[in-house]
Design a protein around this ligand. Structure first.
Ligand SMILES: NC(=O)c1ccc[n+]([C@@H]2O[C@H](COP(=O)([O-])OP(=O)(O)OC[C@H]3O[C@@H](n4cnc5c(N)ncnc54)[C@H](O)[C@@H]3O)[C@@H](O)[C@H]2O)c1
Length: 434
């Protein structure tokens, strides 16, 4: 059968209509985050939400502040960073913004949303304190580093009555949304391949990103979190039950493998550490196999650096009736594929589907546009924590399945004695390894 590259729009469902087989299209989170905005529907335009940006590093200054300033739905009224230099940098650019050294100084009742972009180990503590104080939080990824932290966020949400929303930018990419639509025509999802492999892109080697204590891990909690978050809507109510993974660190200490764009970008944090070689105790690559309680398998790979020449993100969903595959580049790296390619394969026939072009970073503005609606929706309560719990479980389990020592110090596996493999039970339903 031919491998065609016909462009088809609006997609392969066409005359056939959706296939039978109950494809899991549990895309509530996706559907809740369309391009709609609070002004739609002909009502009166609400006043802009008063936002505090907590963490004025690369993400705060390069991703969120410019988009918040450009949006009619928000007004930045406060900014928080413990670093004086970071605050001073903003004071010059934005004299009307109230500058604070600690999130605890944010006055409840005067802030409608805190956008939190601090180092990973502070995500759960900072967000939990804000939520407990009744301040809604939009929290960068990784939302938390453990299931225990997810529980802490859930308690804080309940205690303060404020909602937690999570950074889920990749779900808002036009190509990923198109993939979500097409999955409905693939039958029952059986397997998902998901990977984000950079050629060179270790963030801030020698800074907190490559410190296990401060980041909670390496490429897995960074790129891998985006991948897990993208996969979650495809799995619906399935929960990961078995996780097995391996990590390696062949590039993390090489200066030439750094994510140079973070420092080249205008607005990079004055507080951001200078990239240095020779530091870091986290993995630059994580590979894992995750199996849900209903037997759907996910093969995941996250790499900050590799032998390939371009930064490539792949999502392939294999269903009972068809396969859909997206090749693109997530994130802001300039070392990208020329565009996104979405293909649909059924009965030996592969067609290329139309994917709208969009500027790099469009998904972040799209996610911001969705926030007012999510804040106003009572169904948002607890949803981000639930998704984060699933991702944190996968991260914890994957790391636990390795031997916990820094990947750079590990013996080669062939040097170790392995326990005898358990006999496989063909067709067995996965059970928890907890
Ligand atoms: N969604 C994405 O694509 C994306 C991209 C980059 C970073 N991020 C996430 O954003 C977060 C921040 O990353 P970054 O690259 O901006 O890091 P960064 O090191 O550049 O900035 C972190 C900032 O937080 C400040 N900070 C530290 N502790 C603080 C505290 N207790 N209160 C207030 N401020 C504090 C630091 O002084 C620094 O200015 C990370 O969790 C990262 O994973 C997400």
């Amino acid at each position: 059968m031919s491998i065609g590259t016909r462009d088809r729009s609006p997609g392969p469902v066409g005359a056939d209509g959706p296939l039978t087989g109950g494809p899991p299209r549990p895309v509530a989170a996706v559907e809740a985050t369309t391009d709609q905005n609070p002004a739609d529907g002909g009502g009166t335009v609400p006043p802009p939400l008063r936002v505090a940006v907590v963490g004025l590093g690369w993400a705060g200054r390069s991703i969120w502040l410019p988009r918040l300033r450009a949006s009619p739905w928000f007004t930045v009224t406060a900014a928080v960073d413990r670093d004086e230099g970071a605050r001073a940098g903003l004071a010059a650019a934005d004299p009307d913004v109230r500058l604070l050294a600690s999130p605890a100084d944010l006055p409840p009742g005067k802030v409608d949303l805190a956008v939190v972009a601090v180092p990973n180990h502070l995500h759960a503590p900072v967000a939990a304190d804000l939520l407990t104080a009744g301040i809604p939080v939009f929290l960068e990824k990784p939302v938390c580093l453990s299931v225990a932290e997810a529980d802490r966020l859930a308690s804080a949400e309940r205690a303060g009555g404020a909602v937690l929303l999570a950074g889920s930018a990749a779900r808002h990419r036009a190509d990923v949304r198109r993939l979500y639509d097409v999955v409905g025509s693939c039958g029952t999802v059986r397997h998902i391949d998901v990977s984000w492999v950079r050629a060179r892109g270790v963030p801030d080697a020698g800074g907190w990103f490559t410190s296990r204590q401060l980041a909670g891990g390496g490429a897995l909690v960074d790129l891998g979190w985006h991948l897990l978050d993208t996969v979650t809507p495809l799995l619906g109510t399935d929960r990961f039950a078995r996780v097995l993974g391996a990590t390696s660190a062949d590039f993390v200490r090489e200066r030439s493998r750094g994510a140079a764009w973070r420092h080249a970008a205008a607005g990079a944090s004055p507080a951001a550490p200078v990239t240095t070689a020779g530091a870091g105790d986290v993995e630059d690559t994580a590979r894992g196999l995750l199996v849900t309680d209903r037997g759907v398998s996910v093969w995941l790979r996250a790499s900050w650096a590799s032998h390939q020449s371009r930064d490539v993100t792949l999502i392939r969903v294999e269903g009972s009736a068809a396969t859909v595959e997206l090749r693109c580049t997530f994130g802001f790296s300039p070392n990208r594929l020329g565009g996104s390619t979405l293909t649909y394969t059924r009965q030996g026939d592969t067609v290329r589907l139309h994917v709208p072009d969009e500027p790099v970073g469009a998904e972040y503005a799209r996610q911001l546009d969705a926030l007012p609606g999510l804040l106003a929706d009572p169904a948002s309560r607890g949803r981000a924590v639930e998704d984060a719990r699933q991702a944190a479980y996968a991260v914890e389990r994957l790391y636990r399945s390795t031997d916990h020592r820094p990947p750079t110090d590990r013996q080669h596996p062939t040097d170790r004695q392995h326990p005898p493999a358990r006999p496989a039970r063909p067709g067995a339903v996965a059970t928890s390894d907890a």
